[in-house]
Structure formats: structure tokens, C-alpha cells
Design a protein around this ligand. Structure first.
Ligand code: HSE
Length: 361
């Protein structure tokens, strides 16, 4: 799915002009490759390290298992090109940079000049949080941050998106006659919906539980300190991307919700001092061309600050900005962004452009 979005974006930005792309598959080698304007070709075998020989860049959204198996094998075959990867497998390696160039272009450029050739896209939630609020870290205003996430089905994969919609259909179908009768009491409707959600007709093979009409307060595996791996990534990846030293604590609770492809997050920031709200808003609004501040009112929040509003766009709105009653150093905000675009595909295609810029290609 990330690969499909990546291809769409690369077409839209004319990224295939001036390069000679070849396509690989783990399961369909020999079949027709996508024609991206360079004529017909066949898929090469992604499980054959020798097939990568001579390539300048490998750009992969294949996933962590493939990266873990093939990255060492391809490097061991003597391949020295640039590896650009959506998976988390290499992100925390000392010789890899997590790419989010609107925030860390200078670090990317310095690493490139120093010989780095391994580039990983960040965790979607981390990249989206930083595009919204990274400017506050860069200003030195963040003592710590908590992020409470509302993560879309797409983050769990294409099959999960289908399962969410299938769950919605089951609930809707089974409640249809009650819903059609305007006299049905809300509690009667609720009993039917609960029966569907707890019954045997609801598909749950991929999420392991009903997501439609519910939320799932668990994403990824358990870490030793009781955090989930998704929550752990918030700290380690945000600090690595921004090169923060000393580290700034980032922690929270990651939750799956019934949105399709855009992740939202509510954050609380303990500021290092009482920075006025207008300065904070100005810093956020200027931080990247895609980041905007949404007025803290109902109409703007409902129109601009939801998964529905941003899905399919590169927009990163930040709203609900205010100081909390805990004191003037406590800030809250809500931000949302498309999990498949800035959360996955966009940093990778931009990194390919950066490699080409450096190489003069
Ligand atoms: N792990 C994320 C999620 C998506 O489950 O939403 C990939 O970064």
C-alpha cells in the first residue's frame, strides 16, 4: 500500500524523469513491472542479492522482514549504493539516518558528505508529530512531551483497512431495520450494535478485536518498561531525527481508532519557560510549508483538524493550541496528518531527490 502511494507521488512529482528505474518483487519475479514511462520491463527477483549489483539506489517499502534478511546480504555482496527504506529495521542503527528533511535536512546533508548510505523513513506517528510540533523542540522550548495518539487503520496495513470497513458494514447491516424505524430508542439501537460488536459475525482476524465502534489501546509489541514498541519509538526516533542532546523525554499512549488513513495526536508539552502563545503559534506556522495553525474554535477545528480533512493531502494542521490550567508552561495541541503520505511515502521520495541532488543527477 505504501508502495502504491509512493508510485502515485513519484508520478505526480515527475520523479521518474532522469532515472532508470527497475522493479523488484519477492513473489512475482519475471512478471510485468509497472510502466513508469520507460517502456515495458519485467520484475526482478528481490530475493537475489546479485540482482541489485550496479544500482545506485534501492528504495524499498517491502517491510522489515525483507530488510532484515536482504540488507545484510546485498551489502555483503559488495553493493555500496544508497539504501532508502520505509521499514523500522535499520532506523536506530548508528550508520543510518532517519529522514524527515523538512526538519533534518542539514543532518542529512552532513551525513551524506560523511559517507552515509543508509536512510530510513521514520515511524509514521513520529514523523507526523514532528512535522506539526518539531519546531518547538528546535526552539529549545520543550522540557518533555506526551503524545496521546489516535492512529488510523492504515498504519496496521491494507488488510486492516478492509477489515475496519467490513466491521462497519456488519454493524450497519445488522442494525439497518432498527435504524430505519425512527421510533427505535437509542438504547435499543445500542443493544443491537453491542450484540454485533461482541458477536461472531464481525470480522476481527486482523485487528484481533472490534475497532468499529471502539478503540484499541495497544499498537505493536510490549517493551520491558510496559510501553508498547510504538510508544518507545516516539522517544527514540524523535530524539534521533532532531539530534537532541540531552534527550528530551517523549512518551504517551498509542491508540488505534476507526479512522482510515490519517493519524491524529493530542499532545501535552511542558515548556522550558512561559513562551507566549502567539510566539508558539508563529513558530509552528513557519516551521514547514505544509504545517499550519488552525484557530482554536469549533468551526475551524471540525473543518480543518480531522483525519477526514487531511486524508490524501500533505497538510499538517496543528490546532487546539492553548495553555493548560496546570500553569503557563503547560501547552496542549492537536495535530493530524496522512499516515501514508508524510507518514510513509513522502520522506522516501524526497530522500531519493536529495541523493540525486548530491550526486548531480
Ligand atoms: N506503526 C504505525 C501504526 C504505522 O501502526 O500505525 C507505521 O509507522
Amino acid at each position: 500500500m505504501v508502495g502504491s502511494v509512493l508510485l502515485e507521488r513519484m508520478h505526480a512529482e515527475d520523479d521518474f524523469a532522469g532515472i532508470e528505474p527497475v522493479f523488484f518483487s519477492t513473489s512475482q519475479a519475471g512478471q510485468a513491472a509497472p510502466d513508469v514511462g520507460h517502456g515495458a520491463s519485467t520484475l526482478l527477483d528481490a530475493n537475489d542479492p546479485a540482482a541489485f549489483a550496479g544500482l545506485d539506489v534501492v528504495l524499498t517499502c517491502q517491510g522489515g522482514s525483507w530488510t532484515k534478511a536482504m540488507y545484510p546480504a546485498i551489502r555483503a555482496s559488495g553493493w555500496r549504493g544508497h539504501w532508502i527504506d520505509a521499514a523500522s529495521a535499520l532506523r536506530m542503527a548508528d550508520d543510518a539516518v532517519i529522514v524527515l528533511d523538512p526538519l533534518n535536512r542539514a543532518a542529512i546533508d552532513a551525513a551524506y558528505r560523511a559517507g552515509t548510505t543508509t536512510w530510513a523513513g521514520g515511524n509514521c506517528t513520529v514523523s507526523l508529530m514532528l512535522l506539526g510540533l518539531g519546531a518547538l523542540f528546535q526552539a529549545g522550548w520543550v522540557e518533555w512531551m506526551t503524545s496521546m495518539t489516535y492512529q488510523a487503520a492504515s498504519g496496521a496495513g491494507a488488510k486492516n483497512m478492509r477489515e475496519l470497513v467490513a466491521q462497519m458494514r456488519t454493524v450497519g447491516d445488522e442494525a439497518a431495520s432498527l435504524l430505519d424505524d425512527p421510533a427505535t430508542a437509542a438504547l435499543t439501537l445500542d443493544r443491537q450494535v453491542s450484540a454485533s460488536l461482541r458477536g461472531t459475525t464481525l470480522p476481527t482476524a486482523h485487528f484481533g478485536a472490534p475497532l468499529a465502534g471502539s478503540v484499541l489501546p495497544w499498537i505493536d509489541s510490549l517493551m520491558p518498561d510496559g510501553a508498547t514498541r510504538e510508544e518507545w519509538k516516539g522517544h527514540v526516533e524523535a530524539n534521533k531525527i532532531l539530534g537532541l542532546s540531552p534527550e528530551v523525554p517523549v512518551d504517551g499512549v498509542c491508540v488505534r481508532v476507526g479512522a482510515m488513513r490519517s493519524h491524529a495526536q493530542a499532545v501535552t508539552v511542558k515548556l522550558t519557560r512561559d513562551v507566549p502563545l502567539d510566539e508558539i503559534e508563529a513558530r509552528i506556522a513557519q516551521s514547514t510549508p505544509w504545517t499550519s495553525v488552525v484557530a482554536n474554535d469549533k468551526a475551524a477545528s471540525l473543518a480543518e483538524l480531522t483525519p477526514v480533512a487531511v486524508s490524501g493531502t500533505l497538510n499538517i494542521p496543528v490546532g487546539r493550541l492553548r495553555k493548560l490550567r496546570m500553569g503557563p508552561e503547560f501547552l496542549t495541541a492537536f495535530t493530524v496528518g496522512d499516515q501514508l503520505l508524510w507518514g510513509a511515502a513522502e520522506p522516501l521520495r524526497r530522500m531519493l531527490r536529495i541523493v540525486r541532488e548530491h550526486a548531480g543527477a
